[in-house]
Design a protein around this ligand. Structure first.
Ligand SMILES: Cc1ncc(COP(=O)(O)O)c(C=O)c1O
Length: 392
């Protein structure tokens, strides 16, 4: 094995001739930015997840920002989420002048613990929105979270960045809360390079997000330029953002969407292979399993005391064998900005801190070959064998 040429990345997009042709057709069409292709992508995505409508955006971060803005989150409000997430889940609350209150994750998984949410909301006043995250593609307990949030007068925004397509009780992840936001970032379960999608059943929220997505224009740019009637006049009715997804990227999204279930089947097969291969390794804890898991991330956890090496060294040894890996996530409360702002120390959210310090996300992507899967398994087993605490 030559680690530089045979490197197995931890994530890799799968793009074929279909995506290439779709982009070419947009390039040749004379219309590059948001237009009929983005609109078709929205309709197809909404139909796929069973939502009445969808809004394409240029990232999940933009989508989360629009969601909180539409819910009226602003100065004096609080937003509850877990520290076990990517920074934008929490940062968007700060963009709107609201404060973030963190709730620890549960013992059994990486998701918001409903019991801890209940105590948090009993303690904190003015929490306007709760943002659970389906970490890695494993579903949150949405029924419990929604009940608790409602009883405290808070809306629920699902961060479904990892969770497409995740079929769970009540429908697709992302369609269960008041608003759901998906990510099509380059390493996600389907991609447009950069991009995202918002869904909601609430028409007034949808209208507000559509307005704020495009500068607060009273009409779409597409209407203005493509209509046969002269239509140069438009008004600006709010100070909106520029969060639209261009047709160039939506064209990729439409093709990826057609392959979403085939991609899912591949990731599920890789995950099943890992679960079987590592079942007997007492030095490794396995991720939670759900029949609909979208397997954006497959994270193993080192069991304390079983190995002579720490997580960082394990990652180094994987890299030396040509295996890419990552960590999801370094908890936000341990990062400089959040620790400074709220005076946190790592032990304030013990589950998030403990799980994060032992987790390693190993390669899982559509297009990964059986041989590559075998190499990852052999590398993990070999490192465990050579690093056993009781070993020579
Ligand atoms: C849990 C979570 N939420 C939100 C985001 C933001 O997604 P995007 O890069 O599309 O803005 C990410 C990105 O990786 C994420 O992991």
């Amino acid at each position: 094995m030559n680690p530089s040429t045979d490197f197995i990345p931890y994530a890799r997009p799968s793009l074929g001739v279909e995506e290439e042709n779709a982009v070419l057709s947009v390039l040749r069409s004379g219309w590059l930015t948001t237009g009929s292709v983005a609109k078709a992508f929205e309709e197809e995505f909404a139909a796929f997840v069973g939502a009445p409508a969808a809004l394409a955006v240029n990232s999940a971060t933009s989508g989360l920002h629009l969601a909180l803005e539409a819910l009226g989150v602003g100065p004096g409000d609080k937003v509850a989420t877990t520290p076990y997430t990517f920074v934008s889940t929490a940062a968007v609350a700060r963009h709107l002048g609201a404060e973030v209150v963190f709730c620890d994750i549960g013992k059994a998984d990486y998701n918001m613990d409903p019991g801890k949410l209940e105590s948090l909301l009993a303690r904190e006043r003015h929490v306007k929105a709760v943002l659970p995250i389906h970490i890695g593609g494993n579903p949150c307990d949405m029924a419990e979270i929604i009940d608790i949030a409602r009883s405290h007068g808070a809306a629920v925004v699902e961060d479904a960045a990892h969770a497409f397509p995740l079929r769970m009780e009540g429908g697709f992840a992302g369609t269960i809360g008041d608003i759901g936001v998906y990510s099509f970032y380059a390493n996600k379960t389907m991609t447009t390079g950069e991009g995202g999608m918002i869904v909601t059943r609430d028409d007034s929220l949808r209208k507000r997000m559509a307005l704020m997505r495009s500068h607060g224009f009273d009409r779409d740019a597409w209407d203005r330029y493509t209509s046969t009637k002269p239509a140069w006049f438009y008004d600006v009715i709010e100070a909106g953002y520029k969060y639209n997804l261009p047709d160039l990227l939506a064209a990729i999204g439409r093709e990826q969407l057609k392959k979403a279930d085939a991609f899912l089947a591949e990731r599920q097969a890789i995950a099943a292979g890992y679960l079987k291969a590592f079942a007997d390794l007492d030095a490794i804890e396995l991720p939670p399993v759900h029949p609909g898991h979208s397997w954006h991330i497959f994270a193993i956890r080192l069991v304390p005391g079983k190995l002579r090496i720490e997580r960082g060294e394990f990652i180094g040894r994987l890299a030396a064998r040509g295996i890419g890996s990552s960590v999801h996530f370094i908890p936000l409360h341990t990062m400089d900005y959040w620790a400074r702002r709220y005076g946190f120390s790592p032990s304030d959210f013990p589950e998030a801190w403990d799980k994060s310090s032992r987790s390693i996300s190993i390669p899982i992507w559509h297009g990964m070959s059986e041989e590559q899967g075998r190499r990852v398994i052999e590398a993990v087993k070999a490192i465990v064998a050579e690093a056993r605490a009781s070993g020579p």
